[in-house]
Design a binder for this molecule. Sequence first.
Ligand SMILES: *[C@@H]1O[C@H](CO)[C@@H](O)[C@H](O)[C@H]1NC(C)=O
Ligand SMILES: *[C@@H]1O[C@H](CO)[C@@H](O)[C@H](O)[C@H]1NC(C)=O
Ligand SMILES: *[C@@H]1O[C@H](CO)[C@@H](O)[C@H](O)[C@H]1NC(C)=O
Length: 514
Amino acid sequence: MDLSLLFAALLLVSFRSASAAARPHVVFILADDFGWNDVGYHGSEIRTPNLDRLSAAGVRLENYYVQPLCTPSRSQLMTGRYQIHMGMQHQIIWPCQPHCVPLDEKLLPQLMKEAGYATHMVGKWHLGMYKEACLPTRRGFDTYFGYLLGSEDYFSHVRCSRIDARNLTRCALDLRDGEEVAAGYGGVYSTEAFGRRATDIIEKHNPDEPLFLYVALQAVHEPLQVPDRYLAPYSFIEDLHRRRYAGMASAMDEAVGNITLALRRRGLWDDTVLVFSTDNGGQTLGGGSNWPLRGRKWSLWEGGIRGVGFVAGPLLKRPGTVCRELVHVSDWLPTLVGLAGGGTNGTKPLDGFDVWRAISEGFASPRLELLHNIDPLYVDVAQCPGTGRRVALTEGFGSGFNVSVHAAIRSSNWKLLTGYPGCPVWFPRPGHNGSGPGSDPLPGPGSDPLKPVMLYDVEKDPEERNELSAAFPAVVEYLLRRLQKHQSAASPVDFPADDPRCDPGPAGAWGPWA
Ligand SMILES: *[C@@H]1O[C@H](CO)[C@@H](O)[C@H](O)[C@H]1NC(C)=O
Ligand SMILES: *[C@@H]1O[C@H](CO)[C@@H](O)[C@H](O)[C@H]1NC(C)=O
Ligand SMILES: *[C@@H]1O[C@H](CO)[C@@H](O)[C@H](O)[C@H]1NC(C)=O
């Protein structure tokens, strides 16, 4: 062969592999309400062999944060922005609220699409659906199969919700294929329906085109429902909630195994970056556990926000490592768009950082600070053992920040909380001390009254047992000023009243009404 031809051929080969590496397939699997102590590799009694194996060969994120609730984590994943910048700092989007992630926010799938990706979504949306423009198919996804709300029945796919001030409850189907109601899945367990759709997409995908697949599984959110075959290995768990939850987690683990197997079979795996993440901490009232962390879902304690997460795939430069760098759910948008070789043109100012080199190569995270949230309307809706422990709001501070407001911020090793952070209990490890999740907490420092401003060194003290505000007043002052700065840039809370027109009627399905 002529030398120049050989050179050209080599160039072509290196260009091809460079471009493949520049545009890997991205598969993002989001679990719902999966707690810190619910994954095998954190020492759980729940068996998650696929998650354990994948993460062991990938990079486990052990200083990884999500938001304490569903809609907020998902909105930050999709926008790369803090929810205080969208007016979404309060709670979730309830079924009848005429609300969705603001339509002037550009979402992750739109950016991936601009970078040349095929974009598919399977599972839970929960980012608003009152009008068609809010639907996933109008916001960047080529295809969608899933449900728009949350908390439905895993088999019937029916969601019951109060629809008006007369407290009329409507139970209606919430499952769509594209924008059409999907009526043919009654009796099919959602973890299997979504797992199968994800593997179908992979099997039909043209390997020459980069794939962005977002799988937002229903597992392991309440209601606690699971086919019997997943329960059999857990007869040793006495607490029925925990046993069912464990079975649900096993089904989820199996779905993740099926998805990765499909990627290998289709020949996509070598060019895939797979992210697994929970959306928030476990709900102890629904079988979840965040032991030994404090609190749970709905709270700004570590149990609500320190998430299970890892990245897998052969493109990681340091596979088999643990990343202890600060990473947040808002970081995925710039990170994944960066991997896609795309741009963030058209987004509003991002709060997320590109953390790829921190994860893949062990570099320091570019993220130095993390605003967990500021919610001036916070109420804890679920029953919390020992809820008499409200905050005594007596102290005044010089920062201008209203310390009665529910807020938390992280900076390096420090975490500051103000107001009532949510259920402050250290729930015992399931099956230990003769008590299951949801039972009364162990006696301990948790019975002390909460202070309006609390400071923890969460690097040394992830269980938030040693409150240090009195010892480090300068740190407190600095973080309160940071909170005040964030609050002064926040959008007003947008939490509209229910619109009774949401009612899909006795034979209808939940969906756009406006
Ligand atoms: C509807 O339910 C709420 C909360 O449970 C209650 O406060 C309210 O009085 C009820 N309204 C009617 C009309 O029954
Ligand atoms: C995984 O794949 C197997 C084989 O196709 C199937 O029987 C099983 O239902 C799948 N599991 C889930 C959770 O999707
Ligand atoms: C950014 O987007 C705008 C419109 O959305 C477009 O006019 C402009 O050309 C884009 N710039 C780049 C660099 O892609």
